[in-house]
Design a protein around this ligand. Structure first.
Ligand code: AMP
Length: 211
C-alpha cells in the first residue's frame, strides 16, 4: 500500500497517519518531522530548510524531492507507506510517480482530509507538540498526555500570526488534486469530525484499494 494523506495544516494528517500506521503496520513518513529532525541536528539540509519553515513557506521542490526519494528507497517501506506532508506541489507529485514507476510501483490512493479555514486556524493556534513522542494536544499542558515527557512546545510556525499565511501556502494546490483525480486515485474525507470518525472514514475510503 502506498497511501498519500493530503490536507491543509491542522486537518489531522499526522494524527491519522500515526493511527493508520499503528492499525495496519504501515510506515509513516512525515516530511515535516524529517525536516525538523534535520533542523535539530543542524544538517546542511536543516539549515537550508529552516528559513522557509519558520516563515511558513514551502521548502523548495529540489530539496524536498531529494530528501523524500532517498527515504522511500529504504526497505522498511515495503510493509506499506503512508506519506504525510508530501507531495505538496504538482512537481513533487510527478517526481514521486516517476520514482515509483522506476521501482515498478505506484501510488494506491491520495486521500484529501478537508476542513474549514476557521476550524484550522483555531486548531493550529492552540496545538502543542511533544518533542519526545511527537503527539499533539489541543491546549497548553506541562506534561505530554501520551508519554509523560515534559518537553511540550508550540511550533514556531503555529504561532497565531503565522498561521493564516501558512494555511494559504500549504493547502493542497488545485493542479495537484486534479493530477490525482485524473488518475482515479483521489478520495475525500471530512476532517471536521472526531479523530476516531475520521480514521473510520479513511479506512472506508481505502476499502477496495489494495491493502
Ligand atoms: P508539516 O509538519 O507537514 O506541517 O511541515 C512543516 C513545514 O515543513 C512546512 O510548513 C514546510 O515549510 C515544510 N515542508 C514539509 N513538507 C514539505 C513539502 N512536501 N514541500 C515543501 N515544504 C514542506
Amino acid at each position: 500500500m502506498i497511501l498519500i494523506l493530503l490536507g491543509a495544516p491542522g486537518t489531522g494528517k499526522g494524527t491519522q497517519a500515526k493511527r493508520l500506521a499503528e492499525k495496519r503496520g504501515w510506515v509513516h513518513v512525515s516530511t515535516g518531522d524529517m525536516l525538523r529532525e534535520n533542523v535539530a541536528n543542524q544538517t546542511e539540509l536543516g539549515m537550508q530548510a529552516k528559513q522557509y519553515m519558520d516563515a511558513g513557506k514551502l521548502v523548495p521542490d529540489e530539496l524536498m524531492i531529494e530528501m523524500l526519494l532517498a527515504r522511500i528507497e529504504r526497505p522498511d517501506v515495503e510493509a506499506g507507506l503512508i506519506l504525510d506532508g508530501f507531495p505538496r506541489t504538482l512537481p513533487q507529485a510527478v517526481a514521486l510517480d516517476e520514482a515509483l514507476e522506476r521501482a515498478g510501483k505506484s501510488v494506491d490512493a491520495a486521500v484529501n482530509i478537508a476542513a474549514s479555514d476557521e476550524e484550522l486556524v483555531r486548531r493550529l493556534s492552540t496545538r502543542w507538540m511533544c518533542r519526545s513522542c511527537k503527539s499533539i494536544t489541543n491546549s497548553k499542558v506541562e506534561k505530554c498526555p501520551m508519554c509523560g515527557s515534559d518537553e511540550m512546545y508550540q511550533r514556531e510556525d503555529d504561532q497565531p500570526d503565522k498561521v493564516r499565511t501558512r494555511l494559504e501556502t500549504m493547502k493542497p494546490p488545485a493542479d495537484m488534486l486534479t493530477h490525482y483525480r485524473n488518475a482515479g486515485k483521489l478520495r475525500e474525507v471530512d476532517g471536521m469530525q472526531s479523530v476516531e470518525r475520521v480514521t473510520e472514514d479513511l479506512l472506508q475510503a481505502l476499502e477496495g484499494v489494495r491493502t
